[in-house]
Design a binder for this molecule. Structure first.
Ligand SMILES: [Zn+2]
Length: 535
């Protein structure tokens, strides 16, 4: 398909997400954008024969290209050189044996790095220790990131190299000690983030290719836009910016990228006056990303009442309420959208208060404000987010993957059953988005949509039936509503003027039986009128 002339795409069914014309059979595109939507005859009148190409999709349902509103594409891209601590190993002993084999195979690297360790998913049901990791390799530094990306583990040498000693104190972070009074290997939140910054990343010259490969995985799951959240988390922010810019300039991005930045990087960009500079149609400099707390399954989410598994403990904020409010105000006043990570109800409360303080009852002039994860938001907090014009984006796969563990271990049945309260959002008319949060979970929109509609756990039961949503609402969360998290009005809908970004699904998610949604396949992904994935 060339993009410099009219192309008519027909499909048995097109779901547009545009209330003005919810379903159609044909769309006319040109120059990477949508010109008209309607019936095949209408499009033919619009682009007469001789001036048009045609693409007839014989089967399937065409929907707007999926937009992921939060994940870590650059980390996902670099995981290929790391060991995946898959829970399917079952036991720590089996996992360590595989990890040892991996380390031997990668004997040329100094560091041995693993990712996605999930303690409560293992039969041993415990964290790794430095002794475990010393058994993988004692003469090379070994580091493992927890699945939440909010904590990690080092072997003895890694702890030494990362400066994790008894004298180290970091505000909003924790070094867990063993019975011998020495660091046991586990580090949390700000200690972890500081250590993470020191871990080696892929060589600069490999980055563009790795990012391209990661984008291809997103394309294969129907994504035509992703968020990188955030640049500055790992070391090498400048190299990453160069890589993204190179791909965009050379027309090598097959999905639109919207980059979030940690304060240090955002400050540099603001100082140079290059933030908000339009790079290309495929690269957007997005908002500020910051954290209010951690995650429930690392016991670092900040709750209003204690965790079920630890008496009297509610978690610790990684920033004070004053710091949260100041950050929001400081960037918002410069027109920068703010994306705050908050999981626990108490952390969410401080973020909501921060937005309320900044806006002082005025309507929000900044597009693209969002609150990431928002797992334990109350109905009252959601109503106040709506009043602030802030979009919640839910990591709804939690209900399936960790729902049982949240109910049985961390927060109890009652609080677990209203995790990721999408149903509440629908009831109060608050548009919400979904995200895949890769590398935490595989890149997969269909599984999120399935979870949002069914809310079944790994035990096969429904957790919080009143928070289920319709397939239409779940689809909106990856299209028209996710577009709100980008501040762009050119994505998320099949409507004139928008980008020609489409996903062809094997079945109609709105018509298929809810329990069969997960069987839907992505057949094709089209970005700016170009086919970037075909099954
Ligand atoms: Zn994340």
């Amino acid at each position: 398909m060339r993009t410099n002339e009219y192309t008519i795409i027909t499909c048995p069914q097109i779901i547009t997400m545009d209330d003005a014309l919810p379903v159609a059979n044909a769309v006319c595109i040109s120059g990477g954008r949508i010109h008209a939507v309607g019936s095949e005859e209408e499009m033919q009148a619009f682009a007469p024969q001789g001036s048009r190409q045609e693409l007839h999709l014989e089967k399937g349902v065409l929907v707007p290209g999926f937009i992921d509103s939060h994940s870590h594409l650059s980390m996902f891209a670099q995981c290929c050189n790391q060991f995946f601590c898959d829970i399917s190993y079952g036991t720590i002993a089996k996992l360590l044996a595989a990890f040892r084999a991996f380390a031997e195979k990668h004997s040329g690297d100094e560091w041995v790095i693993g990712y996605c360790y999930d303690d409560t998913g293992m039969k041993d049901n415990r964290h790794l220790t430095r002794h475990d990791l010393d058994s993988v390799c004692a003469d090379r530094p070994v580091f493992v990131c927890h699945i939440t990306s909010h904590m990690g583990y080092g072997n003895t040498l890694a702890l030494k190299k990362l400066g994790i000693t008894l004298d180290l104190t970091v505000e909003g972070g924790e070094i867990v000690l063993g019975t011998d009074g020495q660091p046991e290997g586990l580090i949390k939140e700000n200690v972890y983030f500081q250590a993470f910054q020191k871990l080696p990343t892929s060589p600069d010259d490999q980055l563009p290719r790795l990012l391209e490969q990661a984008i291809a995985v997103y394309n294969s799951q129907g994504f035509t836009m992703f968020q990188e959240g955030a640049i500055g988390l790992a070391k090498g922010a400048h190299a990453l910016m160069r890589a993204f810019n190179k791909l965009a300039r050379e027309g090598r991005m097959n999905a639109r990228g919207y980059l979030h930045f940690l304060p240090e990087v955002m400050d540099e960009m603001l100082e140079m006056g290059i933030w908000s500079m339009p790079v290309t149609d495929y690269l957007y400099y997005g908002g500020l990303k910051s954290f209010a707390d951690g995650s429930i399954q690392s016991l670092t989410a900040v709750l209003g009442s204690p965790y079920s598994c630890q008496e009297g403990f509610c978690g610790n904020l990684v920033r004070t309420p004053e710091q949260i409010a100041q950050l929001i105000d400081r960037y918002h006043s410069q027109g920068v959208p703010v994306a705050f990570h908050a999981n626990g109800d108490a952390a969410i409360e401080f973020v909501v208060q921060g937005f309320e303080k900044t806006l002082k009852g005025k309507s929000n002039p900044v597009k693209g404000d969002m609150i990431i994860h928002v797992q334990m938001a109350s109905d009252d907090q959601l109503a106040r987010l709506k009043a602030c014009g802030v979009t919640p984006t839910f990591f709804v796969r939690h209900v399936n993957v960790w729902g049982e563990r949240h109910a049985n271990i961390f927060i109890g049945e009652e609080r677990a059953s209203r995790l990721d309260p999408c149903g509440s959002c629908v009831r109060i008319g608050l548009p919400f988005a979904h995200h895949v949060d890769s590398q935490v979970q595989p890149v997969n929109a269909i599984k999120s949509i399935h979870t949002a509609v069914n809310r079944t756990t790994t035990a096969g039961r429904v957790l919080g039936p009143d928070q289920k949503v319709s397939a239409l609402d779940a689809l909106k969360a990856y299209t028209v509503n996710a577009a709100k998290c980008t501040g762009s009005n050119a994505v998320g809908m099949i409507a004139p003027g928008r980008y020609a970004d489409f996903t062809l699904l094997s079945d109609d998610p709105l018509a298929i039986a809810p329990e069969a949604i997960e069987t839907i396949q992505v057949l094709k992904t089209i970005s700016g009128g170009r086919i970037v994935y075909e099954r």
